[in-house]
Design a binder for this molecule. Structure first.
Ligand SMILES: Cc1cc2nc3c(=O)[nH]c(=O)nc-3n(C[C@H](O)[C@H](O)[C@H](O)COP(=O)(O)OP(=O)(O)OC[C@H]3O[C@@H](n4cnc5c(N)ncnc54)[C@H](O)[C@@H]3O)c2cc1C
Length: 603
């Protein structure tokens, strides 16, 4: 397969992983955290263990004031300002550190995860990144320190996934000093206690919406609906917000007229990768609790942790958390590197950050989908391990499961993000940013050539797995390449096919990230020291291969018939074939031993 080289600066481009081999030394892993990052992680964890965990019951009882109180304390600790430059009273930390704080602050309850994400992400970031100097000076320091809280008003009753279709209107007043905003927003996180909204509204019949910074002043035509009754995240404030002749000074327009959709989409890119981070510690905590329960709970005079059925679950749960961490921090560092390069080339912070994240928008969507579904599965199995107690609101799994559910819906639903991931990749290929065409043609040629019968040397640890990843990339190129050829720009009408291709893309990125992390760590420790990590990388890949086989088959059958179909299915068989099928049960046992011996998620 022809492989793509890195771009001019030697730094990988977003989406390029699908055609490029990555050297394990070039990926960032959680084991690469600096002293400062480890200290930050410990300090955030300590904060959550002290301020959130002991009050979990209150969080389930819709104690909105408690959320506000914890958020204010998080502000005092500096956690709300990690992504804000120092000149606006933030800590100005790098992208990886901002991911890390989001990861560890979010693990104990989805209420804080959502309040934190809405405030620091979509509430503050649009002003930090798109605001004028005056706007930034006026609002960002207050938001970075938690003196003020922010919220983001994009969604409307009639405008959800179709975010640019909102009906909220902004109209310039006769004296030219204000915009008058009228409209209704819904599902607004933090609405109940925020001081400032980022609001999107349309001027006249503009094609695109425009962003505004609107202070929450009830005397200025702003009213709130009642708190929504939600399945989960019970202490996250979610309300409708009504704007009735709300006057906003003209200087509070964010970026230019009609720039709102761009702001909204770019804010979502960051929001998506941070949402993946926000689902990681939730998984670690669920796994640790489920392990402790399984070690203590006895049935048939045996701790249930000794039963194969339970060990399988613990192994799969730990594996998904390990893989999610691997992929999230890999992408975070790629983004951070990209931001640095842009800054070195003269971009100011805001442009560098926006462009850096935008470059990896495909990975952001992949992570949002993958990790939000992992926490859902993980908490579901957590309930199962707890048995009847899992179903009880007095045990922690019930809330974890309900809280996990929202992550598949907000920041763009998982359906939208699945389609975006492939759609953006195809667009990048068309722009020449990622060379998909040549590798796809090489795969097409390979399908008609005689396969090699050489037995490869797989003596190096994870070398067969890396070889499998290369082959899985061919599956993606075969399916997506043929689909693009068949349908051209009509491809977006074939959503089931897009989703199948997206699942293949997602599985490849996740599996490859785990293998690369483990390979990097084997090189700096030993195969023995990474025994369980090797097992997790292999186990995940095995599942990924099965998913990919299934989705590719679905995709191929949807557009190819007769000889063409037979040829592609044969290719699929060749590209998903193991030389040495791993012993999956033994892998799970290796992982489960480590998890149960540690009585917690140990990686
Ligand atoms: C608790 C909570 C907090 C939220 N916080 C905020 C916030 O702070 N600020 C804010 O602005 N919004 C917020 N939202 C709104 C959230 O972003 C939207 O709910 C989400 O974008 C989906 O929009 P929708 O609910 O209108 O669903 P819809 O867009 O109506 O989607 C319904 C279903 O149809 C699917 N669908 C829609 N369009 C397509 C398509 N083109 N192709 C295929 N499938 C499609 C979706 O994937 C979904 O499964 C929040 C929502 C919740 C529930």
């Amino acid at each position: 397969m022809a492989t793509e080289t890195t771009n001019e600066s030697g730094i990988i481009r977003g989406g390029q992983f699908i055609v490029k081999e990555t050297n394990p030394q070039d990926v960032f892993t959680p084991e690469d955290f600096s002293e400062e990052q480890i200290m930050m992680k410990e300090s955030v964890t300590e904060f959550v263990d002290k301020e959130v965990v002991p009050h979990k019951e209150r969080f389930e009882k819709k104690d909105y004031a408690l959320t506000e109180e914890v958020m204010r304390k998080a502000g005092e600790m500096g956690f709300l300002g990690v992504a804000v430059p120092e000149e606006y009273d933030g800590l100005g930390m790098g992208f990886v550190s901002t991911m890390l704080v989001c990861d560890y602050i979010s693990g104990a309850t989805g209420s804080i995860a959502t309040a934190f994400g809405a405030h620091t992400g979509i509430g503050t970031m649009p002003i930090t990144l798109y605001g004028t100097e005056e706007q930034k000076k006026k609002y960002v320091p207050k938001l970075a320190t938690g003196e003020w809280f922010g919220a983001y008003c994009l969604t409307e009753p009639g405008a959800g996934s179709d975010a640019n279709s909102g009906k909220t209107k902004a109209e310039l007043t006769e004296d030219g000093k204000h915009y008058k905003i009228n409209g209704q927003k819904m599902w607004i996180s933090n609405a109940g206690f925020c001081n400032v909204f980022v609001v999107f509204a349309r001027l006249e019949d503009d094609k695109n919406i425009t962003g505004f910074i609107v202070e929450n002043d009830p005397s200025n035509g702003i009213t709130l609906g009642e708190e929504e009754h939600k399945l989960g995240i019970h202490s996250s404030s979610t309300r409708q917000v009504f704007f009735n002749d709300c006057l906003v000074p003209v200087e509070n327009m964010l970026a230019g007229r009609g720039e709102g959709f761009k702001i909204a989409m770019n804010a979502l890119n960051v929001g998506r990768i941070k949402l993946a981070a926000a689902c990681l510690d939730a998984q670690r905590r669920v796994i640790s609790l489920a392990t402790q329960y399984a070690n203590e709970r006895e049935q048939f005079k045996t701790p249930i942790a000794k039963f194969g059925a339970i060990r399988k679950k613990l192994a799969d749960m730990a594996t998904s958390a390990y893989v999610g961490e691997s992929a999230s921090y890999r992408a975070a560092k790629d983004i951070e590197n990209r931001i640095h390069i842009r800054q070195e080339q003269g971009d100011e912070f805001a442009t560098a950050e926006l462009k850096g994240v935008e470059e990896f928008a495909i990975e952001c969507s992949i992570l949002k989908v993958a990790v939000s579904e992992d926490i859902q599965n993980c908490s579901d199995e957590g309930i199962q391990i707890y048995g009847g107690m899992g179903f009880s609101a007095d045990a922690p799994m019930e809330a974890a499961w309900r809280d996990a559910r929202i992550s598949r819906i907000y920041e763009g639903t998982n359906e939208i993000n699945r389609m975006l991931a492939v759609g953006m990749l195809v667009k990048k290929a068309m722009k020449g940013h990622v060379n998909l065409l040549e590798p796809a043609m090489a795969v097409a040629n390979e399908l008609t050539s005689i396969p090699s019968f050489d037995v490869p040397d797989f003596s190096e640890p994870l070398s067969e797995e890396m070889d499998m990843i290369k082959k899985l990339k061919k599956v993606f190129l075969m399916v997506a390449g043929s689909a693009v050829q068949k349908f051209g720009t009509e491809l977006e009408q074939h959503q089931q096919l897009l989703i199948a291709a997206s699942d293949i893309l997602i599985e490849i990125y996740m599996a490859e990230s785990a293998i690369l992390r483990t390979q990097k760590n084997i090189a700096r420790s030993s195969e023995e020291a990474q025994k369980e990590q090797i097992a997790m990388s292999q186990l995940y890949l095995y599942h990924a291969v099965k998913i990919i086989q299934n989705r590719a088959e679905e995709g191929i059958a949807s557009f190819a018939e007769g000889d063409e179909q037979r040829m592609m299915l044969m290719g699929l068989k060749r590209f998903t074939k193991y030389t040495n099928l791993p012993n999956i049960v033994a892998l799970r046992n290796t992982i489960a031993d480590k998890v149960t011996d540690s009585n917690a998620y140990p990686f």
